[in-house]
Design a protein around this ligand. Structure first.
Ligand code: ATP
Length: 407
């Protein structure tokens, strides 16, 4: 298996569009790394450069320490699985899976052509190779549960079955690394969940190195040992999924990961009565900064971020007796705008109502709370919101970078 290193990898297309800008990444042997980001951020271009399907404008790609910038795709010993499966329509499933091996080892019809050209007879060596290919295809088909499909043609398969065949075709080759380009996006929601589990299992079983591209954050968070969040051709953050979710390094990552995304409010953070006050976006949050060590930098323009699942919502007055056991952040009064029932939880959209008439805290921006409390929330209801200090994320409003004065 392989270790794949990208060093300041860049791609500028004809016309001057910089699709990938100085991407550096070290994918360890047997690691499952997911490139995730919005459409057009350069994920596929990065993957295609690794596969050798796209020319590199600058930078270096190393596989197991060898620079492969100018090595042909077939000699990189990498298998790529595409979103559209790219199966050969006129070949059976068996043939689709065996074809790449036959080409490499010179058996099957490529071998027959070669034999006709060279007029050399059948030998035990070729028979052995054919048997080896048959065994590998059958073992892989068994592992993927597609043995019964081996005689069918791609048009006779469902989307999920086709995807398994495409996977099988990559696996039988036993390449050094696997590249996946949105392999599950043509499947329905249920099948995607099944295939996600299957991919995870295969990764553990085969101990393979995987670089996987998706725009789906759930896929990224569930599959990746590490995820690489990209935007506008640049890497925004690399880390373990929960590390990136819990400590996004900038506003882009904070707003990209999470559904619904993190509530982000622009405002000013200043010292007040031994603590700090945040005011902006229609909210005044008092008592923040209990653990701050960076007071010297205040006042400053910041963005306060809090995930919907970290905003506790209670009927008005329901928090007072609980405040003693919570953090020093004072509850924020709000009014419900609308409620969405998700089955296992509710999304409650609120407006920080009490601040509506205070010009100093700016224009009110709705917040989203995700709650499991099955209270009968209704639009117009007055509520209180409680946020724990440890769940507040601070970002510099100008640079968008995470502020590290969290204790
Ligand atoms: P998606 O999730 O939509 O596939 P992506 O993150 O994979 O997006 P890329 O396909 O890598 O994005 O494209 C990155 C940028 O490069 C986009 O702005 C795209 O329009 C541009 N691009 C891609 N291929 C070419 C090309 N052959 N010529 C010019 N520009 C291109």
């Amino acid at each position: 298996m392989a270790n794949v290193v990208l060093e300041r990898l860049s791609k500028t297309y004809a016309g001057g569009h910089a699709a990938v800008r100085e991407v550096s990444l070290d994918v360890q042997d047997q690691e499952f790394v997911v490139l995730v980001g919005p459409s057009g951020c350069g994920k596929t271009t990065t993957l295609r450069m690794i596969a050798g399907l796209e020319e590199i404008s600058a930078g270096e790609i190393k596989i197991n320490g060898r620079v492969v910038n100018h090595i042909a795709p077939k000699d990189r010993d990498i298998a790529m699985v595409f979103q559209n499966y790219a199966l050969y329509p006129h070949m059976t499933v068996y043939k689709n899976m065996a074809f790449g091996l036959e080409l490499r080892q010179g058996v099957g019809w490529p071998r027959r052509i070669w034999r006709r050209l060279t007029d050399r007879g059948w030998s035990g060596k070729w028979r052995l190779q054919r048997e080896e290919i048959q065994n590998r295809v059958r073992q892989t088909a068994a592992m993927l549960g597609i043995e019964r499909l081996l005689a069918r043609f791609p048009r006779e398969l469902s989307g999920g079955e086709r995807q398994r065949v495409a996977l099988g075709r990559a696996i039988v080759r036993q390449p050094q690394a696997f590249l996946f380009d949105e392999p599950l996006s043509n499947l329905d929601a249920r099948l995607r969940v099944d295939m996600r589990r299957e991919l995870k299992r295969l990764h553990q079983q085969l101990k393979i190195t995987v670089i996987y591209v998706t725009h789906d954050q759930v896929e990224a968070l569930t599959l990746g040992d590490r995820i690489v969040v990209m935007n506008e051709g640049r890497v925004q953050q690399v880390g373990r999924p929960m590390e990136v979710y819990d400590k996004p390094s900038n506003l882009f990552v904070a707003g990209f990961l999470g559904a619904p995304p993190m509530n982000l409010m622009s405002g000013r953070l200043e010292k007040r009565d031994g603590g700090c006050v945040f005011s902006g976006s229609g909210v005044r949050v008092e008592g923040v900064g209990g653990g701050f060590s960076g007071f010297s930098e205040l006042p400053r323009d910041v963005v306060l971020g809090v995930r919907p699942e970290n905003v506790a919502i209670r009927p008005l007055g329901g928090l007072a007796e609980k405040r003693g056991e919570s953090s020093g952040v004072k509850p924020v009064a709000a009014k419900i705008l609308s409620v969405e029932n998700l089955g296992d939880a509710m999304l409650v959209h609120v407006s920080p109502a009490a601040m509506e008439n205070q010009k100093s805290v700016g224009e009110s921006r709705p917040l989203v709370c995700r709650t499991h409390e099955r209270a009968s929330w209704v639009a117009g209801q007055a509520v209180q919101l409680e946020i724990q200090e440890k769940n507040i994320h601070w970002f510099d409003e100008t640079t968008g970078r995470r502020l590290m004065f969290d204790s």
